[in-house]
Design a protein around this ligand. Structure first.
Ligand code: FAD
Length: 445
């Protein structure tokens, strides 16, 4: 069997490694249009802030190691430009040699990811405006900070990536202003929980403008003017655009593969597209929201990796289903940690799902043991059955483990009544005899 994989990072590299594990004889070719495979996308902002100091640490796997360990033919600088579904072959542009060739397949896995949105605003082509997706983008931004020593940056978009970049530029001594169209930072949060983040950003002297949008950029000799719809004009030495991503579904669409209404490649539970020999995974696909069962785009590394593995398993005949995405995610915002899973109030209302909510503010561990610090938990749950529909946590210590307990409970279709009964590890430095998750359950039920 000959399996071709398009995209060599989260979903693609996982699919390739798993494919080898489930089929020792398959011929596997991995095409990556960039120079690197299997790099640590999620670590990129921290390289800019010099929290991660060595370049090599960003590379989880190299083409050579992937070849040696898994017998996978890894071809970097190789862009798949066309899929011929009739003759089952792809057209590949080798950027290094500027050559085009074709390669046939028995099965094809697409994991081309999603690209940062760069709106067609006046002045967007300024050399001082950056997006962050891959290693070359990261080096470009870091090199600019190293060489130009910028004093002021504007980050457009207060999502996970925008805030991570804001924090890392701040660490480099840059004064950061964040501009966000919505009325709060971090879209998956509700306003009430985001207010805690707003407060924290203020203590760090990060300026932010909410309910405001960039209308144009104007390059001056010494800076770029960022013109906002409110009439404000911000002067910046550099601008980072972090307003979201859109699925790279172009080659699939051109090949006649069905695209969902969100713009992502349509797949079934087996990660199979409308063409039975072609699978698609990761940020490029439209997934089912675990809570509502509705179509959604939720670009996260965990689901991409799992879907890559599932696609390979299914090509090997193992019949594995992907159970939808909860959107469980976490971000460090300076000294605090923010984590979410499931739907927020806005999405629940949009989907007409009836819910109740509870708020608890518990100590991260026993109050009498030094260092206990409060964390705020918002739970959203079914009005009639107590099913967990979503959770948002903002705090300092132990946010990650509470979120992981709740998201696991949610995946297991547990209710808020079950949260009361969970037996969770306890000693004073770590928790309380009634863990914050138990308390959230008591309050909700
Ligand atoms: P990618 O990992 O983006 O890989 C797609 C690859 O396909 C790219 O390298 C691209 O060059 C290649 N490609 C595209 N088209 C072609 C073609 N035609 N031919 C050949 N190659 C092609 N997620 C989290 O869960 N937690 C985090 O903390 C987190 N932090 C992030 C921070 C940053 C700065 C970024 C950019 C993303 C972050 N993400 C995070 C998101 C996560 O990285 C993605 O969800 C995940 O990488 C998606 O995997 P993928 O395989 O779909 O796409």
């Amino acid at each position: 069997m000959k399996v071709l994989i398009v995209g060599g990072v989260a979903g693609g590299a996982s699919a390739a490694a798993r494919m080898r594990r489930v089929n020792e004889d398959a011929e596997i070719i991995l095409f990556e249009k960039g120079e690197h495979i299997s790099f640590a996308n999620c670590g990129l902002p921290y390289y800019i802030g010099e929290v991660i100091k060595e370049k090599d640490k960003l590379l989880v796997q190299t083409p050579e190691k992937m070849k040696e360990r898994f017998r996978i033919d890894v071809r970097i600088n190789s862009e798949v430009t066309k899929i011929d579904t009739v003759n089952k072959r792809v057209e590949v542009l080798n950027h290094a040699e500027n050559k085009v060739y074709t390669e046939n397949y028995d099965k094809l896995i697409l994991s081309p990811g999603a690209e940062p949105i760069r709106p067609g605003l006046p002045g967007i082509d300024s050399k001082r405006i950056f997006t962050l997706r891959n290693i070359p983008d990261t080096f470009r931004i870091k090199d600019y900070v190293d060489r130009m020593n910028p004093k002021r940056a504007v980050v457009v978009g207060a999502g996970f990536i925008g805030l991570e970049v804001a924090e890392n530029l701040h660490l480099r001594g840059v004064k950061v202003t964040v501009v966000e169209l919505a009325d709060h930072v971090i879209g998956p949060l509700d306003y009430d929980m985001a207010a805690l983040v707003h407060q924290h950003l203020k203590t760090k002297h990060v300026e932010f403008y909410l309910k405001d949008a960039v209308e144009a950029f104007e390059d001056e000799d010494a800076w770029v003017n960022v013109k906002l719809s409110s009439g404000r004009n911000l002067k910046a030495d550099m601008v980072i655009m972090g307003i979201g991503v859109k699925p790279e579904s172009k080659i699939a669409k051109e090949a006649g593969i069905a695209i969902g209404k969100t713009g992502g490649i349509l797949v079934n539970e087996y990660m199979q597209t409308s063409n039975e020999d072609i699978y698609a995974v990761g940020d490029a696909v439209e997934i089912r929201d675990f809570v509502s069962g509705k179509e959604a785009l939720i670009p996260l590394a965990g689901p991409a990796n799992k879907q890559g593995r599932i696609a390979a398993n299914n090509i090997a005949g193992l019949n594995e289903k992907f159970g939808g995405t909860q959107g469980t995610s976490i971000v460090k915002v300076f000294d605090i940690t923010v984590a979410v899973t499931g739907n927020n109030e806005r999405i629940l209302k949009r989907n007409g799902i009836e819910y109740e909510k509870s708020y608890t503010h518990s100590a991260s561990h026993a109050g009498y043991y030094p260092g206990a610090i409060p964390m705020s938990i918002k739970l959203l749950f079914g009005k009639k059955d107590g099913r967990i529909l979503g959770a948002q946590i903002v705090g300092y210590e132990g946010v990650d483990k509470r979120m992981d307990v709740i998201s696991t409970a949610m995946r297991a279709n547990m209710t808020v009544y079950d949260l009361e009964t969970l037996e969770l590890s306890y000693a004073p430095p770590y928790s309380s005899a009634k863990d914050p998750v138990n308390i959230a359950g008591f309050t909700a039920s």
